[in-house]
Ligand binder design. Sequence first.
Ligand SMILES: O=C(O)c1ccccc1NCC(=O)[C@H](O)[C@H](O)COP(=O)(O)O
Length: 216
Amino acid sequence: MDAGIRIKVCGLRTAADVLSAADAGATYLGFNFFPKSPRYVNFDEAGDLAVDVPVGVAKVGLVVNADNALLDALTDRVPLDMLQLHGSETPERVAEIRARYGLPVMKVLGISGTADMDAIDVYSAVADQLMLDAKPPKDAVLPGGNGISFDWSLLSGRKYWTKPWMLAGGLNAENVAEAIMRTGTKQVDVASGVESAPGIKDANLMKAFCAAARSA
Ligand SMILES: O=C(O)c1ccccc1NCC(=O)[C@H](O)[C@H](O)COP(=O)(O)O
């Protein structure tokens, strides 16, 4: 039986955001530990938010090229269900993090053309899941959360991939159903597409996004 689309809302900063996202039907909630992000939360804030996450909804910790000192502190203080690696982590580093922390790891791959697709097989060997996100523009401050899409047709002729994957990049309530239909993805991720301003989640937009994703 098809379990339906799985939705990750990324960059939650308040208890109200957490409850709204969970009520809307998100299956993963992302907490962002990249200090330059408008969606950043510190470990104490994330630890408090984690308490409000309903059972059955996964708490995902997003880090960018994090070293062991940061990950030791993070995993000590925040009860995470998954780590999202959103930097330039090598396959060896992904494997090391997975073994050291005993948590499922989702590796993010930036996609802008066919040459980027080769990384999918390489990282499938070491990660539990992949996120295929738009590659950030060269002058971008943030490696993710930029509200830009990549060419979904790059995924249309894909061969069988061995690991679950999630589509990200510029998704919103208006385009998510089309994105699901065109790519065949079973999982979608959104950050800026459900915000009224950078880092400010909007309950109505989260509701509309989840409803549109489920309608596909
Ligand atoms: O969202 C951020 O601020 C961010 C900063 C640094 C690394 C990653 C970041 N976001 C990661 C995500 O999982 C986003 O949801 C994903 O890139 C899609 O973002 P958007 O295009 O805004 O929906």
